[in-house]
Design a protein. Structure first.
Lengths: 401, 296, 375
């Protein structure tokens, strides 16, 4: 570094004067992260709904709720980030279609609607049952949710099931589109060497699936421990396969991306190298260490054909590592891309704020919200395929019709 | 008019006579097409010039026939451009100060509509060391972010080559900032500049990311993006942009490309000019004379 | 179709209609008029009032400063310079140093005012804010800041083009303020760049010189040591001196009446005539000259070709409007310094300099400069 930049300034090298404040901060780090969790969770839920893989049946409705709850909060980091949040709808009222960002309102809105509809169809029989058992305010709420129809005939349920399946089928390309699109927001910017890559949407999509699976593993293990319910071996093995596939492909593509940057060796490649060993070295270390850990654990679990309690424990750790690794990767991409100056002659180091509108505190609140919402929604619509037992009365919704 | 010009004119006359009859036939065919095109575009077609960025037929016709109501100004008559003669820049930074005053830009080191960069090749070096006024050492030297001044840090070292390069928004023909604006709060007007509608901007800062030249900044106080617009409020009143007005050395040259005798037209005609980062494909409208391979 | 599907579809239709009408209703009227933006925005942005008003707007109130600037080198600003057919603006106009006086007048803290200016007297006619009432504004510049205004452009610095006049502050003026020698509105007049018509003709000057030769010698060497030699003197200094006599700024029984009889052209011509002669060393006591040399460092800042720390012929001024001292009559030099001391002659710099000299200093310095070669 000494020889490269002569250390004439506290910044390293030369940056444009307007660059010294990063336009996109940690809020934009968690925006693709949360969106990624949605995409991953949704893919897992559709493995049962669409492809009818039975081993995912126990968690498919839970995965659907997870996707829904995280999707509610996916736009919130953007909203907190806007300079004029009250004008946010301008992008929806007059969307400028050459902007990758203009579609966000529509894409996100479409996806929320899709998730809501699919959830409604998947849970309609339960909602109807609940509206009959529950009294008081909650009874009213369930009543509204039924839209005033208690039709749970075999025919109606068959239609519901069919529509839910179609929605899930639409949902898979939509989820891929949603997240590939987030990658496009970054990858389409020719200005930033660190982002401007054709592989960016693919990397975002695949790491999203990985992190979503990781989230489901972590949540499922924790919830099952609390509820003291057994975790079927098939389900855990299924999650293991998905996680293994995701991490393998993600690591290969990310590796290729780095290889391409250095192999092409375009102007400023020294600065890219300096970025990796400089401002984002911690992030890079976490990202690759976690990825290697996940790869090693999942490979070992497959190789030694592990089952039962050991599988659950190791898979839990791998899932957690996956989530952390992908979060670090989001940081490296979003913040790292901006720490690399547009001049390609300098680097910045970003120090996040602790408190304030755009701060780590906001990030923390926004990150906690989906979990709290999921807890509440899971109370409203229990996703577990079990009997509902209100006030000593045994009531099986599936036998109601 | 130089001798060469006159000669060229005579040639053109001779040529037109010789070709006149031959072209007559083709002209008859073309006329039909032109008439229909004319009727669609309207009477202003003659002086209309080119279509603005991302303008459809109806909007183009509207901009010709019904231009914005700016007193004594019609945007169809002008095509603004700027030149920067870096050989003349003395780095006095009066342009920065004037710009900040004129446009009420935030008075700190992180928000600039225009700035000046200093490139210095130390003796025997093949690369330049670059700094701008926002460099902390320069600010430390004056003790204030609003006293625009370069420090004299190269006084006691041997320098092979050194020069200043003023920067500002390039008002590109294909502006990336306009391309990525999700709302239409920033746009390229027909006479050239890229403007920002600060009452419509949502402050997403995607444009700040997209600008290859770092010309945009984000005003945290107003919550909107800001950038140079060549003092659109001045040029529509027949004045020069503030930076051009105060430049004591004539480094900045401004004018109308529609007028072949305007300073900028003569500047482009008589010099080898370059644009910054041509590989970005933005087709800037600020033309530099005397830049260097190190200039970014 | 089951009831719940029908109800759901109805709900979706209602929401869609609501969203669609909201979009229609909320889209600004002139959006899409000229493109994907609010058409009104263009005129709104254009309607902003300019702040910088141009130099002409300063003239009505600041007539004196404006006139100085108009005639001076800083005015090359508005003289259009054509190089290769490109029109260049060259030199600063008012708002380069006094940024934004018209728009923000007079509340701009960076506006350099001379120390003597009465701040309260410059209330701009259109902006009725009394300068004293502008909160947080400091109107007066400290000497250091005043210097900074000049050094913004004129400090010697790498990367500044050679054509730009630059000074090394330490060796040029040291602690002195720029305004001590330079009028900021017109820092220097470069005679060499003036048109030929403004320079004198030595040929024509010969006729006028006949009048002068009675006292100052045919070749500019005076017949009496108490009168100054003119040979080899800067023509510009001679012009200034004759004009000073003519206008009455300087007074001398003989010279005032002679100068009154000369017109502009005569003055330039006769100055050109005498400046062409080479002067002789008029001598002076060797011992006194040696003592004077030690004292002369103070004078050398102006009266030597190289400036304070530079080398250059002593007694030959670098600036053509300042007199050469080398080879001047010692007696004349001494009497001139004494006239600055007693106030019968005044000069912004020399009056104060002369007052620091003792009688013997004056004798030594005079002897020293009289013994130097003038070319």
């Amino acid at each position: 570094m000494e020889s490269l930049f002569h250390h004439v300034t506290p910044h390293v090298g030369f940056i444009y004067p307007n660059e010294s404040e990063l336009p996109w901060t940690q809020l934009i780090v968690i925006y693709p992260y949360i969106t990624g969790l949605v995409a991953g969770a949704f893919v897992v839920s559709s493995l049962h709904h669409v492809f009818n893989i039975k081993s995912f049946a126990p968690i498919s409705r839970f995965a659907l709720l997870t996707a829904l709850c995280f999707m509610f909060f996916a736009p919130s980091p953007l909203l907190f980030h806007l300079g004029q949040p009250t004008r946010a709808f301008n992008a929806v009222i007059t969307p400028h279609w050459t902007s990758a960002m203009a579609a966000f309102g529509y894409v996100a809105g479409f996806y929320v609607c899709l998730l809501l509809l699919e959830t409604w169809f998947a849970f309609r029989a339960d909602i109807v049952a609940m509206s009959k058992v529950r009294a008081g305010i909650m009874g009213k709420v369930y009543g509204w949710l039924t839209l005033g129809s208690d039709d749970v005939s075999q025919r109606a349920l068959a239609i519901d099931h069919k529509i839910a399946r179609i929605l899930a089928m639409i949902g898979i390309p939509a989820a891929c589109g949603l997240h590939g699109y987030v990658g496009f927001v970054f990858g389409s910017l020719k200005t930033r060497e660190w982002w401007s890559s054709d592989l960016m949407p693919v990397i975002f999509l695949l790491s999203a699936v990985g992190s979503g699976v990781g989230l489901l593993i972590v949540l499922y293990v924790i919830v099952s421990k609390f509820r003291k319910t057994p975790m079927p071996n098939d389900t855990m093995r299924g999650l293991l396969y998905v996680l293994f596939t995701a991490i393998t492909v993600v690591m290969v593509i990310e590796g290729l991306e780095l290889l391409e940057i250095f192999y092409k060796g375009r102007e400023g490649v020294e600065t890219v190298r300096a970025l990796i060993v400089g401002p984002i070295w911690a992030g890079m270390t976490i990202q690759w260490a976690m990825s290697l850990f996940v790869l090693a654990v999942t490979s070992a679990l497959l190789f030694y054909n592990v089952h039962g309690e050991r599988l659950v424990n190791w898979l839990f750790m791998a899932g957690l590592a996956m989530m952390i690794g992908v979060l670090a990767m989001r940081w490296n991409v979003v913040i790292g891309g901006q720490e690399l100056s547009k001049t390609m002659k300098g680097l910045l180091t970003y120090y996040p704020e602790m408190f304030g509108r755009e701060s780590l505190f906001t990030v923390l609140i926004i990150s906690i919200c989906p979990y709290v919402t999921l807890w509440l929604v899971a109370k409203l619509l229990p996703p577990w395929e079990e009997k509902i037992e209100p006030e000593n009365r045994v009531f099986d919704v599936h036998k109601l019709a | 008019m130089t001798t060469q010009d006159r000669k060229f004119d005579q040639q053109a006359v001779a040529l037109s006579r010789r070709r006149f009859l031959g072209l007559l036939g083709k002209g008859m065919v073309c006329a039909g097409t032109l008439v229909s095109a004319n009727s669609a575009i309207g009477s202003a077609e003659v002086r209309g010039g080119k279509r603005a960025y991302q303008q459809n037929d109806a909007q183009y016709t509207e901009s010709l026939n019904n231009p914005p109501e700016i007193p004594d100004y019609n945007w169809n008559d002008h095509q603004w451009a700027m030149g920067v003669d870096t050989d003349r820049c003395i780095g006095c930074l009066r342009c920065m100060e004037a710009c900040k005053m004129e446009n009420s830009v935030q008075m700190d080191a992180f928000h600039h509509r225009t700035w000046v960069e200093r490139y210095v090749y130390l003796e025997g070096s093949n690369t330049a060391i670059v700094d701008s006024q926002a460099d902390p050492k320069n600010i430390e030297n004056t003790g204030s972010e609003t006293k625009f001044r370069f420090d004299n840090r190269y006084r006691n070292v041997k320098v092979d080559k050194a020069f200043f390069v003023p920067k500002l928004c390039n008002q590109c023909e294909h502006p990336s900032c306009v391309q990525v604006c999700p709302t239409g709060a920033t746009f390229k007007v027909k006479d050239g500049p890229v403007l920002i509608d600060t009452t419509y901007c949502i402050g997403c800062q995607y444009c700040v990311q997209a600008c290859p030249y770092g010309a945009r900044s984000f005003n945290e106080v107003r919550g909107v993006a800001e950038k140079c617009n060549w003092c659109y409020h001045r040029i529509t009143k027949g004045l020069n942009p503030a930076c051009v007005e105060v430049c004591p050395t004539g480094t900045r040259i401004f004018g109308d490309r529609n007028d072949p005798e305007s300073p900028i037209s003569l500047f482009i005609k008589n010099n080898h000019v370059q644009v910054l980062k041509p590989e970005m494909g933005n087709a800037p409208n600020v033309f530099y004379k005397g830049t260097d391979k190190e200039v970014v | 179709m089951p009831k719940h599907i029908v109800r759901l579809l109805a709900l979706i239709v209602v929401v869609a209609i609501f969203a669609f009408s909201a979009k229609k209703f909320l889209t600004p009227d002139t959006f899409y008029q000229y493109g994907h933006y609010r058409g009104d925005a263009v005129a709104e942005i254009a309607s902003k009032a300019p702040k910088l008003q141009g130099s002409a707007s300063c003239e009505p109130c600041h007539k004196k400063a404006y006139a100085e600037w108009t005639d001076g080198i800083h005015r090359k600003a508005t003289r259009k310079n054509a190089i290769q057919g490109v029109v260049y603006k060259y030199g600063p106009n008012c708002e380069v140093c006094h940024t934004g006086p018209a728009g923000n007048h007079p509340s701009k803290d960076a506006m350099p005012l001379s120390v003597e200016d009465q701040v309260t007297s410059i209330t701009h006619p259109e902006i009725k804010v009394h300068p004293a009432n502008v909160p947080g504004r400091k109107l007066m510049l400290t000497p250091e800041e005043m210097k900074g205004v000049c050094l913004n452009c004129h400090e010697k610095m790498e990367a500044r083009p050679k054509e730009q006049r630059q000074i090394e502050v330490a060796s040029h003026s040291g602690e002195e303020l720029c305004t001590k020698c330079h009028n900021p509105h017109s820092p220097r007049i470069i005679y060499a760049s003036l048109p030929q018509s403004r320079r004198g003709s030595a040929q024509a000057g010969k006729i006028v010189a006949a009048v002068c030769s009675g006292c100052h010698g045919a070749a500019g060497m005076s017949v009496n040591p108490s009168w100054p030699n003119l040979a080899g003197q800067h023509a510009d200094f001679l012009v200034d001196s004759l004009k000073a006599f003519k206008s009455g700024v300087r007074k001398n029984d003989m010279m005032s009446s002679i100068a009154a009889g000369l017109n502009e052209a005569d003055i330039r011509n006769v100055a050109a005539y005498f400046s062409r002669f080479s002067c002789g060393v008029t001598g002076g006591d060797k011992a006194e000259a040696a003592l004077g040399k030690a004292k002369a460092a103070n004078c050398a800042a102006c009266h030597s070709a190289g400036g304070l720390y530079g080398s250059g012929a002593p007694g030959v001024s670098g600036i053509p409007t300042w007199p050469n001292l080398a080879g001047q009559n010692a007696e004349y030099l001494a009497s001139t310094l004494r006239s600055y001391q007693d106030g019968s002659r005044t000069h912004p710099v020399m009056t104060s300099v002369a007052k620091t000299l003792s009688d013997s200093d004056i004798d030594h310095l005079s002897a020293y400069y009289a013994s130097m070669k003038c070319k």
